[in-house]
Structure formats: structure tokens, C-alpha cells
Design a binder for this molecule. Sequence first.
Ligand SMILES: CC(C)=CCC/C(C)=C/CC/C(C)=C/CC/C(C)=C/COP(=O)(O)OP(=O)(O)O
Length: 369
Amino acid sequence: MNASLSYAAMPYTKSSNINMLVSKKYMETNVRSEVTIAIPNGRKDCSKLILDVSTNGIPCTEKFVHEIVQRQSKHKINSSSFNVSRKPNFHPMFLQESYERCRDICAEYAKTFYLVWCRRTDELVDGPNAIHITSAALDRWEKRLDDLFNGRPYDMLDAALTDTVHRFPLDIKPFKDMIEGMRMDTRKNRYANFQELYLYCYYVAGTVGLMSVPVMGIAPESSFSAQNVYNAALYLGIGNQLTNILRDVGEDASRGRVYLPQDELSKFGLCDEDVLSRKVTYEWKEFMKEQIARARLYFDKAEEGASQLHKASRWPVWSSLMLYRMILDSIENNDYDNLTKRAYVGRTKKLMTLPVAYTRALRNPSVTV
Ligand SMILES: CC(C)=CCC/C(C)=C/CC/C(C)=C/CC/C(C)=C/COP(=O)(O)OP(=O)(O)O
């Protein structure tokens, strides 16, 4: 595996967990919906858009995200001539040290796949200083991102990413969108429907998938279009995030956040109070079954693309996909009590999954799942 991939941008798989789609039911939604969409590329304010979700039968936020993915997949992935002229001139020892530090941070903090920059971004709204985070601070973080993409890193950790973005065809868009997700998180603590939640999941996790593909690379023998591989990466991010939400529902509620579609809660006769009171009722269990089924659909979709990645990247991706999926099993095993219990995958199970993931990773890309 390429060094910069394994150090700076590569998901760390010490005890990797991971997992994804839109059930047909959601794809077929055919209603008008009012959605708040943050338009990136310069516009910081969320704009209220009334969108007709019936276009091609694909709900609006999915269409919005789909177009982003389509644009990303136009970047030449296995190209060797990307941005070479702009490659920054760091001293090799300095660069080695900065990658080492990234690796240490991943080893220390990342239980899942994680990019150091993403973790630092996440820390802004989730970390100990989160209550002090202002939109000006996020604007400064974005300016810093622009600078590191332009060869001017602020610190050693940024330097590793500056090096990586000049070695691989990484586009700044998913990075910016992730910051947009943090803005969304500071403004919003309820999600009216799955479309709103989907957009949030794209911003905070789907973007990670889009950032990873250009670094991981697509197998030269793959017959998949780049777009399909990017879609799978997006779906893995979405599935992971949905799983995280289901796992952490109790913890999030205690921070005043409910990342569950409000319309779906009410369909089961539930509301915020039911989440906050932490009572696992029959209705809650039925609601959870539907949520888990949807997260699994996203993982299924991700699996189709995982085998199309470059062979050096397949094992960590398969491992994390399988392990994250197991969190959903664990919620089931806890009899859907994710309000007072935290679902987790034990060490032995994790270790036993690794050889299975390895075998899957060996499969030729032409063999579909
Ligand atoms: C499938 C294909 C084609 C490519 C793979 C593309 C990748 C790497 C996708 C992964 C996307 C990803 C890792 C998103 C982040 C999702 C997420 C919810 C991370 C949560 O991390 P933590 O908050 O640290 O949770 P843990 O406590 O489980 O570690």
C-alpha cells in the first residue's frame, strides 16, 4: 500500500468497524418537500429550497448528492500526472515526521476508518471545545483548508494532507462539504425526514468515502465505472453514519440531539419524548427494525463497490464494512435497546472477522458479491 495512503489518508483499521441505501420505498417517494440545503461553493447560508422530489422518482437531496458524486467521478483516478507541477517542496524528514504524527493520531483515536483531517474537523463540533465553536471558527477552518490545498499548510498535520492532495487526484469539494456538515450540526438538532438526514449523512460521512476513493484507487481490472465505485463509497459513508446514529441514539439525546427522521418516528406513534425517556417499547422496536433494515441496504450497496477497489485497499475496507455492519446485529441482540445500552462488537468477534474479510478482499473484482 502506498505510504501516504497508509499514513495520512488511509483509514486506520486497528479495530475497524464500518457499513449502507435507500430502500425502494424511499426512492419511490413522490411528494413535494421543503428542504433546507446548504449550497456549498461560496454560499455559506442555507437556502430554503422547495424542490420537486418527483424528478426521476429520486428524492431531491439524493439527486443533489448524486450530482456531486457524478462530478467527483470525472476526476482521473489512476492518473500519474495529477498536479505534479504544484507539488510542494517539503523536506523529506519533515514530511516523514508529519505522516508519522498522523498515523499516531489515527492509532490513538480512530476506532473506525478515519482521516486525520476529518477527525480534526469533527472535533470542532464534537470535541471538548464544541460549545465555543462559532461559524467564524468554521470559516477560518475552511480558509485553512483552501490554504493547505494551495500548498500552504498551517501545521505539521496539514502538511501531510498538502502532500497527499498533490499526489492524488483529490478534489476540495468533499472536504468543503464536510465543513458544511459541521455548520449544519451547529444549527440543527432535528431532522424532519430522511431526506434531511441523508444530506447530513452525506456531509459528515459520505464525503469521507469520496475523499478515500482517489487515494485507494480502483483495480485496473475492474469493469465498474468510476461513478459506480464512488457511489459505493458514498453509500458506505451513509451506512456508517446511519449505524452510528442508531448506536448513539441515547447518548445524542442526552446532548439534545435527535438524528432520527421525525416523520418516521411519528409514523410509529413516537416522538422526541419517547427517545428522551429511554423506554424501549414495542413501537420503538418496530421503528428500529425499519431503521436497521435501511442501514443494511446501504451496506449491501457498498459491498458491490468494495471489491472494485485497488487490491491493497480491499482488506481494510471489507473489514470495516463487515465490522460496522455487526453493530447493527448487536443492536438487535440487545433487543433494540439502544436507548440505555451502547451496541458494540467484542474483540474476539472482530478478530474472527478479519480472515473472512481477507478472503473477500482476495476476490477478483469481476466476481460480484
Ligand atoms: C466501498 C468503497 C468503494 C470505498 C470505501 C470508501 C470508504 C473508505 C468509506 C468510508 C467512509 C467513512 C469511514 C465514513 C465515516 C463514517 C463514520 C460514521 C465514522 C465514525 O467514526 P467514529 O465517530 O470515530 O465512530 P467509532 O466510534 O465507531 O470509531
